[in-house]
Ligand binder design. Sequence first.
Ligand code: GLY
Length: 372
Amino acid sequence: MENQNWSNEVSEKIKRKMLKVTERNRSKIPYLTVDGLYEDMAEKDICWWTNGFWGGIMWQLYHATGEKIYYTAAVETEDKLEENLHVYRGMDHDSGFKWLLTAVADYRITGSVRSRDRALIAANSLAGRYNLAGRFIRAWNDDGNGDKAGWAIIDCMMNLPLLYWAHKEIHDPRFLQIAMAHADMAMKTFVRKDGSVNHIVVFDPATGEVMKSLGGQGYGEGSSWTRGQAWALYGFTLSYIHTGKEEYLHTAKKVANYFMSNIPESGLIPVDFCQPADCTWEDGTAAAIAACGLLEIEKLAAESEKPMYHQAAVRLLKALDAEACWEDEKDYIIEKCTAAFHDEKHDFPMMYADYYFIEAIWKLCGQENFMW
Ligand code: GLY
């Protein structure tokens, strides 16, 4: 009851604040802030991987409040994002993040044929990145020299639901086959014995042989970049939800157990679980994404296990709430995030932390629009 009161209060704080934030930013696609106010990624880079999350926030708020302003902003975001579908070099494995939270969400709510077309074009592009030899979906693009042709990254687990959706939508098993082949590969190649995961695995793109793993956005090779752990935790859970394959749920729990056993006393998540002890850099995105995944695992777990996942998620969310910015004058909620450990800048707001924080709070309050 105490936790329910707390999550209801946070939900009300979100609704109050986000109305002001949306009024100020309805014509933008936000990502980072300057002096607490959002810049516009539609102007800076329409192909940026986070450009779907603003639409996602808008649909979540529309679902919870019925306010037209959110509906209009969600549709406008998706209309702008269409440009990305025509820019080949801007189409990569992040299609799930971009179009599940915009076009698929729109189609599910309104039945828009145009949104369905956009999402199916994106799903085809994602499926087209599948490497038959290595059984992985290629992550990023390069300058045409092929130096990233063999790169797969753990983040892609979160993009697979676009393929699961396309399979169900047009009854074509190719999408399911590719998504499951990638998930099976990730279980084998990314997940370590202790439940931690690699960020990047490099394959020989011609033979499919595994060459090496890279630390990527984490502290270093063999370390545990926390956002990557969270992508895996939630991503394998989603693959289980869409396919019913028990090994995915088993893997999600293994990653979750590793994550939960590394949550610091403060409940605040570092950028990497292996970063030096005197380094205080945080990543609120990892905490919020993991909370979403833990709350989904809770629904699937045996009665005896449920409290463990629930309590861990609430602990993460309460720590984020205690550090959050609830002033109306600032655009962001979650203050401290990090894009990559070795970047110069740390502990700054990134809009998609707010997306996952809202999604997690909505799960607790029973008002989520499930979009994955
Ligand atoms: N998917 C990119 C990131 O997590 O930073």
